[in-house]
Ligand binder design. Structure first.
Ligand SMILES: Nc1nc2c([nH]c(=O)n2[C@@H]2O[C@H](COP(=O)(O)OP(=O)(O)OP(=O)(O)O)[C@@H](O)[C@H]2O)c(=O)[nH]1
Length: 154
């Protein structure tokens, strides 16, 4: 009897959408990780035995040196490279002192959604996330889709 080939399990990742005054906390990935120099949210791979929320809190601690709380699960998609990504609204303290881990993150900043969507270095799966939000496939509590997005941005 020959063994039935098993599908390779999809890699799973979790991403933190952190909001302040209508801006998202974004990172520029370091030159030594996958997708070097790309702009995206903090986050990373889910390890065996971890929940999405546990992985999220661990990754944000590793990358930004701050505590966080997983809020609500906003969206889920599969990247062009086959990773299943869960997008979570995430809370941090108002006075959190970010200290980036330079091995993983080159830079961080608050970025308005329109700027993020148009950023030439945006990670492509994040363009899908923002365009899906723009198309009202899900809502992000605490922020509304900007009025000045035109259809060409999708
Ligand atoms: N950090 C992060 N990863 C994202 C975002 N959007 C998105 O598709 N991903 C994907 O999620 C996966 C995990 O991200 P990562 O490369 O930061 O994970 P990691 O630090 O745990 O590295 P590793 O899992 O290769 O060890 C990658 O496939 C990455 O491309 C995002 O906004 N932030």
């Amino acid at each position: 009897m020959s063994a039935t080939p098993q599908p390779t399990p999809r890699k799973r990742a979790v991403v933190g959408v952190i909001l302040r005054q209508n801006q998202f906390l974004t990172i520029r990935r370091s030159q030594t990780v996958a997708a070097p120099g790309k702009i995206c949210f903090p986050g990373g791979g889910i390890q065996p035995g971890e929940t999405e929320a546990e992985a999220l809190v661990r990754e944000i601690r590793e990358e930004l040196g701050i505590s966080s709380i997983a809020g609500s699960r906003l969206y889920e998609n599969v990247t062009g490279w086959g990773t299943s990504v869960a997008w979570w609204l995430t809370q941090i303290e108002e006075d959190a002192q970010v200290e980036i881990n330079l091995e993983e993150v080159a830079h961080w900043s608050w970025m308005p959604p329109q700027v993020m969507l148009r950023h030439p270095d945006l990670l492509s799966s994040n363009r899908d996330f923002l365009a899906s939000w723009r198309q009202a496939r899900f809502v992000i509590p605490g922020i509304t889709v900007p009025d000045d997005w035109d259809d060409a941005d999708d």
